[in-house]
Design a binder for this molecule. Structure first.
Ligand code: PMT
Length: 220
């Protein structure tokens, strides 16, 4: 059995979709429910790991025996992740992090006025890329949410972000990606070798990812 496959390992997992504030009543976000990241946290505990879950807002309860840390924006997620990076064996970035945030956070509600309103956005820090640049001996696992040319973009992300494993999902396929209880993923190793998996529950996908990580840890 795999019951204690990750005993003694410290694993950091991110989940959910970040919220980028516009004004006191509004924010920009995405369709992430947190289900994929929370399934990873639960399965990692089941395999004996010590788990920290850095979560953007979701409707899900914190999994048992997980150290849950709640954040909202990409900038908050970045600080929470970097603070802990050097103390963990594995990082899995299942969160859907906003690539852009509003340039300005209004301190009062934006009033309805003209027929058109232009909101200016600026690039957020790429947390995963930063982890890749500062990697020591952690196993770094990224996700890729794609709508086209999955293989091409996945290969690019593995290389440019210095990943040990990339989990790519085509979020346009029914039964895959955002909000549903199943996923259809392809695992890419650090050489870009692809292993496509069949449709399965996010719990089962989580277990497959964690057993792959176990293999990578035992090769060190
Ligand atoms: O939460 P669910 O409803 O269960 O949906 C699951 C999911 C679709 C959110 C999940 O399977 C998934 O694909 N997560 C990654 C979504 C994403 O942001 O993908 P991306 O291709 O835009 O980003 C690539 C990687 O870089 C991700 O690991 C992301 O966490 C990371 N990233 C992205 C932007 C940024 N500024 N900083 C980052 O760290």
């Amino acid at each position: 059995s795999h019951s204690q496959a990750l005993a003694g390992k410290e694993i950091l997992i991110t989940a959910g979709g970040t919220r980028e504030p516009i004004d006191p009543v509004r924010y920009l976000t995405n369709r992430s429910s947190g289900k994929m990241g929370y399934a990873l946290a639960e399965e990692a505990v089941a395999l004996g790991a010590s788990v920290t879950l850095i979560s953007a807002p979701t409707a899900l309860p914190a999994p048992r025996q997980v150290n849950a840390i709640y954040v909202e924006s990409a900038k908050e997620m970045r600080s929470a992740v970097l603070e802990r990076y050097n103390k963990v064996d594995v990082v899995i970035k299942a969160a859907a992090v906003a690539d852009y945030r509003p340039l300005k956070e209004y301190d009062r509600k934006i009033k309805k006025k003209d027929d058109r309103f232009i909101l200016e956005l600026v690039k957020n820090p790429d947390i995963l890329a930063e982890l890749g640049q500062n990697k020591k001996d952690q196993i770094l696992v990224g996700f890729a949410a794609e709508t086209d040319e999955l293989e091409k973009y996945a290969q690019e992300k593995v290389r440019s972000k210095n990943l040990d494993l990339l989990v790519a999902n085509d979020v346009t396929i029914p039964g895959a990606g955002f909000a549903v209880d199943t996923n259809i993923v392809t695992l890419f190793d650090k050489d870009g070798q692809a292993e496509p998996l069949a449709i399965m529950s996010k719990k089962e996908v989580a277990r497959r990812i964690l057993l792959k990580i176990k293999e990578l840890l035992s090769q060190r």
